[in-house]
Design a protein. Sequence first.
Length: 263
Amino acid sequence: MSDTRTPAGVHPVDLGDGVHAFFTTGGGGVSPDPWATPAGGGLNLGLNVSDDADRVAVNRSLAAERLGAPVAFATQVHGDRVLELGPAERTRWAAHRPPASAGEADALVTAERGLGLGILVADCVPVLLADPVARVVGVAHAGRNGVLAGVVHRALDTLVARGADPARVRAAIGPAVCGKCYEVPAAMRDEVAAAEPATYATTNEGTPGLDLPAGVVAQLAARGVEATRVKRCTLEDPDLFSHRRASATGTTTGRQAGIIALI
């Protein structure tokens, strides 16, 4: 990363020369309660959480400003579809009124310099991928269904098709609900753990749980990719958005993002 300063609402990660990557937090934006955090106005980047669309547009502009490039987002459906974006998308997302979505997908990949990719989360696992030599980057949204569907594998396959080498790929796994907090029915834990044993967890209450970040680390390791993990639990950290925490109090919450671009 060429800029050592850390703007508000940003948790930076180093994925190599020529790559700018970070995870946003809940603060540093313009959204009021219930999308705000103890750190101040909320940097809610999601359009489907009842926040005002104009405020979300301002927040997305702030995120793009902190990246130094327009940021494209997809309509996420908890699947494994990957969209590849290029010069045409860079033009559209750099417009005064960018589109709301690049299309339905849970992973985005680009080799286009100056085009940011964003993935939205509020407990699920945001994954950033980069091969700084092949000059290709990607993002993936890995919730429970995404881990089962192998969305991270599909994203990595697309990077490889663009010239990436898994041995060179650098990955970062952002804040997500941890295995000690993500309680699920025993049958659900068994189903996911049968597909990826590293997800098997027990909560602080001694009940069945899922550790999705650990599962993503294992999936990447199986492909020869070493990942950096940001160990912040969305449920426990009030400066992060958490769907589970909001649901428990009968309210709504925002969406933070993993964001990456070639610079």
